[in-house]
Design a binder for this molecule. Sequence first.
Ligand SMILES: Cc1cc2nc3c(=O)[nH]c(=O)nc-3n(C[C@H](O)[C@H](O)[C@H](O)COP(=O)(O)OP(=O)(O)OC[C@H]3O[C@@H](n4cnc5c(N)ncnc54)[C@H](O)[C@@H]3O)c2cc1C
Length: 374
Amino acid sequence: MSHYDLAVVGAGIVGLAHALAAVKRGKRVVVLERDARAVGASIRNFGFITVTGQQAGQTWERAMRSRDVWDEIAPAAGIPIIHRGLVVAARSPEALAVLEEFAATSMGRECQLLSPDVALKRFPVLRPDDVTGCLWSPHERRVESRDAIPQLTAYLVGLGMELRQNVQVRGVNPPVLETTAGKIHAETCVVCPGDDFLSLFPGRIAAYGLRRAKLHMLRLATQPTQWKLPGAIMSDLSLIRYLGYAELPAADALRKKLEREQPQALENGIHLIIVQSADGSLVVGDSHHYEYTHDPFAAEIVDSLILNCAHDVLDIPDPHVIERWTGEYASSEERLMLVDRPDDAVRIVMITSGTGASTAFAIGEEVIAELFGA
Ligand SMILES: Cc1cc2nc3c(=O)[nH]c(=O)nc-3n(C[C@H](O)[C@H](O)[C@H](O)COP(=O)(O)OP(=O)(O)OC[C@H]3O[C@@H](n4cnc5c(N)ncnc54)[C@H](O)[C@@H]3O)c2cc1C
């Protein structure tokens, strides 16, 4: 029977990030995934590796490090980087004030604040009405997650990681794991269960009081297909949601204005992200609803609100919806991520905010360094 240094539960981005960090150290790694392939949050997201807008301090630094890891492994794994950079289009004086404050922080050092004239000339896809200024950030990357996660998985298998799919882990007690495929022997285990709160360590996970965030996402085709975005697009609503902006003093006035003017968008947790795929189609989202267990229904009104926000910001030629989906991730009001230590050989790692694609690689490096010694 094979014997591993590390077993990772879950083949989403968080599990793969831990596998990558351990394989790089020469560890024998097995990743155990209960489905035939990972179909959770990691393939449903925008693939938007966001740095600017992450909470100042550790999260921003983790995003920057994770971005660098994406830059390093994407070419090796054959993962195309589809966007580099982010345009935040301010559509009110209050939003511009937030961007001005952000630009003056150390996080804004390599970003550019652009006047409306310069922004509209540089980014002609923006709808000119109401633009009060723009922030250009060079830090972001975008990958097509539904392809990138399988590509990253295959790359890790090439580096020696073992992948066992259709295997549910039922018990973790190193050096033995109980699974639906029998016992697996591993010295250590990192459990990366996404939004599964019950299969493993339910009591420990329950102590964090988690819920699930449910998000609506859409894909729009455009004509002509060569219509191109300069990078990912965000706007005013994002400035009161992403903590790197929302924790700035100027965000209070913007929040009050949006509460007055866009209450329905705020009730549905809507903020705008638009990214583009290689075929020219746009991925547009998203909304946020919070429950322990969500119903499976995706109300049309939520999609309409998201699309209205998109049309306010971009002049999209002949848009039509070609795909809709929802996704869920573990969510906490108190923390952006958690690392729990049931014993010396086991860690539970959950990203409890919508930042897994942006921060998982750095978190994986930290957890593996702590588990195996720096
Ligand atoms: C719609 C949407 C948009 C988002 N946009 C972004 C974005 O643009 N940028 C960003 O940074 N983040 C974004 N996020 C958040 C990001 O996708 C998540 O933080 C991240 O994918 C979580 O990764 P994960 O590996 O923990 O979870 P998952 O991807 O859910 O993977 C967990 C895996 O564990 C497996 N598993 C669980 N329990 C067991 C068990 N007992 N045995 C075997 N297998 C098990 C599951 O089958 C699953 O495949 C978004 C999320 C959603 C839903």
